[in-house]
Structure formats: C-alpha cells, structure tokens
Design a protein around this ligand. Structure first.
Ligand SMILES: Cc1cc2nc3c(=O)[nH]c(=O)nc-3n(C[C@H](O)[C@H](O)[C@H](O)COP(=O)(O)O)c2cc1C
Length: 193
C-alpha cells in the first residue's frame, strides 16, 4: 500500500483540460473527491477555503459570462475567439472552483491560510487521480476578471485559487522535467568555529 501510494506520488501528472472527457465523477465519487481535498493541514482549523462545483449546463451558462468578460477586456475580439472563450468550462465534465477565503484579521497569518488553500488544490488533484480521473489545476485569465468573480458570488476577501478540471483522461501525458534535488535541497549545518 505504502509503495503504491509513493508510486502514485512519483508518477502523477496533470492532464490538460482539453484532454479530459466523459465520464466525469458521479455524485458519490465527487463527494469522496471533495472529502479527500478537504483533508489538509489547516492551522487554527479555520478552513480558509471553499469549493464551487461547476458541471452540466451550468458550464455553458458560465461560459457566456466568460464571453462577455472577454469582450470587455479586448478591443476587437474575433467571433471565433469569443466562441472559444465561451467553451472553456465545457472542456471537462466537471470543474471545481477552489476559493480562498482568508480570515483577516486573525491570529493565524494570512500566509499560512494561503498555504492551506494550495494544499487543498493539490489534494484535489490527488483525490481525483485516486478515483481514476485526470485533473488539471489552472487559473487562466478569467479567475481574476471582476465579472466572473461576481457571477461566481465571490466576496471581497475571496480569491480563486484555481479551477480544477476533472474528467476521464483521453491520453497519458509524458512526464515533464522536474528540478534536480541538488537545485532545491540544501542541508543546514552549524557554522564552523
Ligand atoms: C496556481 C496555479 C495556477 C496555474 N494556472 C495555469 C494556467 O492558467 N494555465 C496553465 O497552462 N497552467 C497553469 N498551471 C500549471 C498547471 O497546473 C500545469 O498543468 C502543471 O504545472 C503541470 O504539472 P504536473 O503534471 O506536475 O501537475 C497552474 C498551476 C498553479 C499551481
């Protein structure tokens, strides 16, 4: 079991949203995935995050908000580009918006709350993977657009930490380069003398 889990950790890869098709998780699988995602270190037990589930026709409705928002921010977008923006959420059967809701002021520093939200996103990837699905944690431009924020019902103190696209992977991605441990690891030793 331990060896299997380590193998998963050492081989997991994100699968691009456009390569995530049907079937997506059913209600029971979704609940498990969200429970798995919620099991993260959380200093102060304040769970400074929440999930927004986007699936079914809601993906298209929200896509129209993206189309509008894109129209606002670009001088003269082509109809083809607008169509593409409108279909972003339909790339996968399920999208989970992970929202950070930093509690401030609070004795737990904002930085630590933010780290907990990142842990949720990664756990969401692992939980989806463990349930046999591919997943992709992305933000793209629309995570930051005021119209999209409003449509999602985000409060002032809330931010999109990621849209995690989940579905059945249509292909297995190649591995990608990882930093050599020598680049990221050092060992602290007491100074001589
Ligand atoms: C907060 C955050 C936001 C990201 N947003 C994007 C994005 O908008 N577009 C993109 O192509 N990749 C984005 N990525 C990177 C993807 O998750 C990418 O698929 C990942 O780095 C692949 O690595 P993996 O196979 O090790 O999971 C983002 C990553 C993080 C942590």
């Amino acid at each position: 079991m331990t060896r299997q889990l380590m193998e998963e950790i050492l081989t997991r890869r994100s699968v691009s949203a456009r390569l995530l098709g049907d079937p997506g998780p059913d209600d029971a699988a979704l609940e498990k995935i969200l429970q798995g995602a919620s099991r993260v270190p959380d200093h102060g037990k304040i769970h400074p995050w929440r999930f927004i589930v986007i699936r079914g026709e809601a993906r298209e409705t929200l896509g129209q908000v993206l189309r509008d928002a894109y129209h606002d921010q670009e001088a003269a977008p082509s109809p083809a580009k607008l169509d593409l923006e409108a279909t972003r959420f339909t790339r996968a059967p399920l999208v989970i918006g992970v929202v950070s809701r930093i509690v401030s002021p609070h004795k737990i520093p904002e930085w630590e709350q933010t780290l907990s939200v990142g842990a949720v996103c990664l756990n969401l990837l692992y939980s989806a993977h463990a349930m046999g699905f591919g997943a992709n944690w992305i933000t793209e431009w629309y995570a930051y657009h005021p119209k999209v924020r409003a449509a999602l019902g985000l409060a002032e103190n809330e931010k999109i930490a990621g849209f995690v696209y989940i579905g059945t992977a249509s292909m297995k991605p190649e591995d990608r380069p990882r930093p050599a441990l020598g680049e990221v690891v050092s060992e602290w030793r007491a100074p001589l003398g």
